[in-house]
Design a protein around this ligand. Sequence first.
Ligand code: BTN
Length: 256
Amino acid sequence: MATLFIGQTKVFLPETDSTNSYAIELLKNVNAIEGIVVHTNKQTQGKGQRGNGWIAEPEQNATLSIILRPDFLSSKKAFYLSKITALALHDVLTEILNDSQFDIKIKWPNDILVNHKKIAGVLIENSILNDSLQWCVVGIGLNINQEDFGALKQATSIRLLNKKTCNVERVIDTLFMHFEKWYLRLKRSEFAVIDETYLTHLFGTNALNTFEKDGKQFRATVKGVNETGLLLLETESKEIRTFDVKDVTFIYPASA
Ligand code: BTN
């Protein structure tokens, strides 16, 4: 595999509750090195953003966690880990879907949408020591061959989009390659290229979308994110407002 360290050591579990939880246990109990990936075929209690769960059909998808030790990054810049993960996922999907009919976007902070439907989610958990990141677990769920999402009408997978069954291992190896490329850019402090590329792929920058805060809906256009990862929105009255991920909900756009 064409990586230096991401995924060079894999902990494969036929079944586990959550790869993120397993990776955190590894960090606490063993001196787990950077690049180790915990990967499972069957995740029984997958964790999602905002305390939600993550459900993925066994053996059809990527459910994995990457262990990092980004001690070069100050805690103020932790959002860059979200950015590079979203960029890596964007690159994998661009490479695999390879067709202009697919509109691949990053929905802040790090969901990936294809043609307005969610194909991947990311849950990052980390530990901060003396203002720098001691360890970080990047949990990734990427829908690959799953075709039925039940009541989740806004979900999709690679197979639903390109009508082809994908080799899950191959997709995961491609993801490791792109992840490592972006992680090394971050390590080299190439913030400008990360910021620009993230903004280019950010969903909602060209049109008004619906958001919800404190039970109230409002329309706004995405202007970008600030240094700490807060979302910048321009409201209909042209006011620029900043939001934390726990305060604002992006109301999913209707399917294209
Ligand atoms: C989201 O809500 O969009 C984030 C979903 C993250 C799911 C992945 S699957 C692998 C890893 N282990 C977990 O328990 N969650 C993440």
